[in-house]
Design a protein around this ligand. Structure first.
Ligand SMILES: O=C(O)CCC(=O)C(=O)O
Ligand SMILES: [Fe+2]
Ligand SMILES: [Mn+2]
Length: 221
């Protein structure tokens, strides 16, 4: 536990940044919902936020309709990156996607203000494929996954700044995901105060959809 960052759960080691409703769901999603804390070095975090800041500043935060999935956010779809950022995105690709997967381009950048949050949703299967990989910058947050048919089955991921999360397969299709609002931002007993959070999200294309095919994904893919 303390020190190792891992809790022993029977014979199955569970990382300290993942919690769930029980050993069955933790076991089943072990390779489908993955967090890699410290994926980015401090210098890489700085590279990305410095590059994103001026572009994000051109947008206003949106608070939107009652039924929108995301509240208190601004976003951009970014296709041109500095060489340093491209190297980071290539590391994400190598870590999260298989060689056969084509990535959706451009990359989705989402800026949640401190009061901003994301309601439970499943990314569109029409526009996004089997894998979603996200880098978190600036503020820690808690991502909760809930099974769409069995609400008693859930998982929570602690997303520290500099971490990478990967949702694939069942975690991506059978579970909704959400980012908890500040008032509800707890990882178990641990309070995770929400500040402004920027995420950089890479997604695979649906199988059989070539990169050249028409059909732009909607912003909240
Ligand atoms: O901010 C994130 O990491 C996730 C965003 C998200 O779920 C979405 O845009 O569909
Ligand atoms: Fe999503
Ligand atoms: Mn989105």
């Amino acid at each position: 536990m303390a020190g190792s960052g891992r809790l022993a759960l029977g014979t199955l080691p569970v990382p300290g940044w993942v919690r769930g409703s029980g050993p069955a769901v933790l076991g089943r999603l072990r390779d489908a919902a993955v967090v890699r804390p410290g994926f980015l070095s401090a210098a890489e975090e700085e590279t990305l936020s410095r590059e994103l800041e001026p572009e994000l500043r051109r947008h206003r935060y949106e608070y939107d309709h009652w039924d929108a999935a995301i509240h208190g956010f601004r976003e951009t779809e970014k296709s041109r990156w500095s060489e340093a950022s491209r190297a980071i995105l290539q590391r994400v690709q190598a870590a999260a996607f298989s060689p056969g997967q084509t990535l959706l381009s451009p990359v989705h950048v989402l800026d949640l203000e401190p009061r901003g949050y994301i309601k439970p949703h499943v990314d569109s299967i029409k526009f996004c494929g089997a894998t979603i990989a996200g880098l978190s910058l600036l503020s820690p947050s808690v991502m909760r996954l809930v099974h769409t048919q069995e609400p008693g089955e859930w998982l929570e991921l602690l997303l520290e700044p500099g971490s990478l999360y990967i949702l694939r397969g069942s975690a991506r299709y059978d579970f909704s995901h959400e980012i908890l609002r500040d008032e509800e931002s707890f990882f178990g007993e641990r309070r995770v105060p929400r500040g402004r959070r920027i995420s950089v999200i890479c997604r695979s294309l649906p199988e059989g959809m070539g990169p050249g095919e028409p059909g732009q994904p909607p912003p909240a893919c």
